[in-house]
Design a protein around this ligand. Structure first.
Ligand code: SF4
Length: 200
């Protein structure tokens, strides 16, 4: 968890319960739930799961992927880690380990346990940024076609929701092949996020 300490009340209770979660007993580095949340958030970043670096640092997107994501959003680290405005709720809160081609999928136990409890209080949300396949399936439902097609259709639910590719350096090839993403989508995303960050 990041940002200011939770104030006493139901939100703090919920955060304490998430922090104490030990539902997955076979995590390679053990449980360390990492997310950012407060009920006042206006922007939600719904990603996959922490990577190894994030696990070690204890803060979401505190790695190369996060640097790129902040560039895509046009925000400073201080804005990004302001939990009164930005919620960062991945599909799995603990590092799930590594697979053959990158990190393992988010732990399936996590979303059914915590997701609705954390999302329901977010009544001030104005924009949800969904990142990657697992979060897309949860937030948009099962959908035919490739992730690229889905990202390319970004105007369908804009300006309330948008799907982005993962900002990992592993996706440099995707970004090179899909230059419309930086040319057309990112300027509108940055303008929208700037407006949200300026509003109280
Ligand atoms: S991944 Fe989620 S369900 Fe599993 S121990 Fe961590 S917080 Fe709990």
């Amino acid at each position: 968890m990041t940002g200011s300490p939770p104030t006493p009340g139901p939100a703090a209770d919920l955060l304490s319960r998430v922090r104490a979660c030990r539902a997955c007993t076979d995590l390679p580095l053990g449980p360390r739930p990492i997310l950012q949340w407060s009920p006042s958030a206006r922007l939600l970043i719904a990603g996959q799961a922490p990577g190894r670096v994030t696990h070690e640092r204890g803060r979401p997107f505190d790695d190369a992927s996060g640097e790129r994501l902040r560039d895509w959003l046009g925000v400073t680290p201080a804005q990004f880690y302001d939990d009164t405005r930005v919620a960062i709720i991945p599909m799995g809160f603990c590092f799930p380990g590594s697979g053959k081609s990158g990190d393992a999928p988010p732990r399936p136990e996590c979303a059914p346990l915590w997701r609705d409890l954390l999302l329901t209080p977010l009544t001030s949300l104005e924009l949800t940024i969904v990142i990657g396949r697992y979060a897309a399936d949860w937030h948009f439902g099962a959908r035919r076609g490739s992730l690229t097609d889905h990202v390319r259709d970004w105007r369908v639910e804009w300006p309330r929701r948008i799907l982005l590719p993962h900002p990992s350096p592993r996706n440099n090839g995707w970004l090179a092949r899909n230059q419309w993403f930086e040319r057309d989508l990112l300027p509108e995303l940055r303008a929208r996020v700037a407006a949200l960050m300026g509003a109280r």
